[in-house]
Design a protein around this ligand. Sequence first.
Ligand SMILES: Cc1cc2nc3c(=O)[nH]c(=O)nc-3n(C[C@H](O)[C@H](O)[C@H](O)COP(=O)(O)O)c2cc1C
Length: 157
Amino acid sequence: MSRTLVAYFSASGVTKRTAEQLAEAAGADLYEIRPAVPYTQADLNWMDKRSRSSVEMNDRSFRPELADKDADIASYDRIFLGFPIWWYVAPTIINTFLESYDFAGKEIVLFATSGGSGLGKTLQGLAPSCPGADIREGKLLNGNPSADELKKWVENL
Ligand SMILES: Cc1cc2nc3c(=O)[nH]c(=O)nc-3n(C[C@H](O)[C@H](O)[C@H](O)COP(=O)(O)O)c2cc1C
């Protein structure tokens, strides 16, 4: 079995596609982080202060529930962890995911897609959720990077 996992959350499909390509390039298994309650289009409206994503992201201690807790984290050494940037950081469901498993001794490499923002303080927001893990900032993977680019990135980590 591959010792590398690509775990991702994607609300509208962009990160999903990148995660699939990264898994292919890295020879990794793929795991989708799914919310117990899927985000609707209205939930994702960042211009509406009362939308679900706005309300949740306003409280960084909020932990959206997961649909499943069946990722076999123990079997992997390196976990690529991908998500869309929400309000300049990772959606808090990524904290839920990290807090749901034991990542001690694992290498976690972040990747994200966005409308243009970088990873900002994403790492600082996630590190307390995975004590004992070697968590690395990784890369913003916007613009549909080629298989070659992804392979080079993985090889040089
Ligand atoms: C609630 C919400 C907040 C967002 N905040 C940002 C942001 O701060 N900066 C940015 O560049 N893009 C932001 N975006 C855009 C997403 O990061 C971008 O569209 C991403 O590629 C979507 O990935 P997905 O299809 O995997 O969900 C936001 C999108 C949503 C829904």
